[in-house]
Design a protein around this ligand. Structure first.
Ligand code: AHM
Ligand code: MG
Length: 332
């Protein structure tokens, strides 16, 4: 078939998006364009990320900022890059970002999409040269196009996402996304400036042998969670925790495993944000055959009450998430 031929010659992200667009001849192509905008911004962020350690010694290779401004932090730069790409692109009417307190109304009269984004997650890892990521969710606005943005355009449950994805700035850079019809992964080839389809139709192993949790705070966990962790140890599972959500999630997606950021007695809703982190990864998890829960209910069913709402997160291989849910239930 055409697509098999295309695979063998290397399918760029742009071409893949186009191939998918052709499956929907009556669609306007705006979502496709929006995905391309995000990919372009991520290339810029990738460039900045690769130079991160050099920013302080910029003067040494003649790269000092003419205005003498202090170098901005990379997460701020990433936020600007993505917001700018989404503003210029024209398909988006509003952006909510982990980096901004309020909704950003792009004043874009024709935009029919809303984007929730964590432009650079795990940014405390930048200084120590460890993988970081971008996480994004795309929704269709529910109020009429061109009218002022309303709360209900933003506060949609994750089940309403039309697309979601992440970019992992790791040993290589990858973009993984879904439009609700499976999950595909693309690896960046820096010398060509292109993402290539490298992981078609990703599927999460049903079960796994990796558990990823910051166990340093286990004194603050509920009893059922400690019980589950004990079981993981009895089975001699591997403990793997980078402390960079996208990287931990991606590894477990490929190898089989569970990532947990639980509620603790000090932080009853955990740490991660529903809108910017949990929803997008939960959509991808489900689309690849995995599962995502807050310990008791499906993440994608949660109706957000506030912009920066946090949620406990249990995500990864389906059987593992089901098992931990059951143990939690038995101890509650
Ligand atoms: P951030 O949004 O401030 O970068 O924090 C999110 C990060 C995740 O990437 C990671 O999984 C988690 O925080 C690690 O938290 P902890 O250090 O408490 O284990
Ligand atoms: Mg974050």
């Amino acid at each position: 078939s055409t697509s098999n031929l295309a695979y063998s010659v290397g399918v760029t992200l742009d071409r893949f998006i186009k191939m998918k667009q052709d499956d929907f001849p009556f669609a306007s192509g705006e979502l496709s364009q929006l995905l391309r905008d995000i990919a372009l911004a991520s290339k810029i962020v990738n460039r900045e990320t690769n130079r991160a350690g050099l920013s302080n010694i910029g003067g040494a290779f003649g790269n000092t900022n003419i205005q003498g401004e202090e170098q901005q932090k990379l997460d701020v730069i990433a936020n600007i890059r993505f917001t700018r790409a989404l503003t210029k692109g024209g398909e988006v009417c509003a952006v909510v970002s982990e980096e901004d307190d309020e909704v950003i109304d792009l004043q874009n009269k024709s935009g029919k999409y809303v984007v929730a984004i964590d432009p650079l997650d795990g940014s405390s890892n930048i200084d120590v040269n460890i993988s970081i990521g971008t996480i994004f969710s795309i929704y269709r606005r529910v109020t009429p196009i061109g009218s002022p943005i309303q709360a209900e355009d933003i506060m949609q449950p994750g089940s309403q996402q039309v697309a979601a994805g992440y970019v992992l700035y790791g040993s290589s850079t990858m973009m993984v996304y879904t439009t609700g019809n499976g999950v595909n992964g693309f690896t960046y080839e820096p010398s060509l400036g292109e993402f290539f389809l490298s992981h078609p139709n990703m599927s999460a192993p049903d079960n796994g042998k990796i558990y990823s949790i910051n166990e340093g705070t286990s004194n603050l966990f509920e009893p059922g969670l400690n019980k589950y962790i004990e079981t993981c140890k009895q089975r001699e599972y591997s403990a793997r925790y980078i402390g960079s959500l996208v990287a931990d999630f991606h590894r477990n997606l490929l190898k089989g495993g569970i990532y947990i950021y639980p509620a603790t007695s000090k932080a009853p809703n955990g740490k991660l944000r529903l809108l910017y982190e949990a929803n997008a990864l939960s959509f991808i998890a489900e689309q690849s055959g995995g599962k995502a829960s807050d310990g008791a209910q499906r993440i994608l069913d949660i109706l957000p009450q506030s912009l920066h709402q946090r949620t406990p997160l249990y995500i990864g291989s389906k059987k593992m998430v089901e098992e931990v849910e059951e143990v939690l239930r038995n101890y509650r």
